[in-house]
Design a protein around this ligand. Structure first.
Ligand SMILES: [Zn+2]
Length: 112
């Protein structure tokens, strides 16, 4: 694996913050009930939409396989379209099915 030399300062900062805790993972809603896709930091707490992030990637890659002629931008467009219309229960169901079906490997070679 080729990586640029890096002194680790920024990673150390991230790990120090990770060690502070006050991190949450779950479905994130705004006041109107709209589901947020990424995460947030309110200065104290950090929250990550872990399941949605994973399901976004799953849907994106599965759409590539199902519609190999679709362009990358169109796949992104359709993935966002789909995710914004899925209920929490549907997102959770895709995530659960992924957890059941995915072969977990330590390392996967990216195809040339
Ligand atoms: Zn893609």
């Amino acid at each position: 694996m080729s990586k640029r030399r890096y002194d680790g300062t920024l990673l150390l900062a991230v790990m120090a913050e990770l060690g502070q805790g006050r991190i949450e993972s779950g479905f994130i809603h705004d006041k109107s009930g709209k589901l947020l896709m990424d995460g947030f930091c309110d200065g104290k707490r950090v929250a990550v939409s872990e399941i949605i992030q994973t399901v976004d990637t799953i849907c994106h890659e599965l759409l590539h396989r199902r519609f190999p002629h679709w362009s990358e931008p169109y796949i992104r467009n359709r993935t966002t379209y789909l995710l914004r219309r899925m209920t929490e229960a549907q997102i959770q169901a895709v995530y659960d099915e992924f957890q059941r079906r995915a072969v977990k490997r330590k390392s996967i070679m990216f195809p040339e």
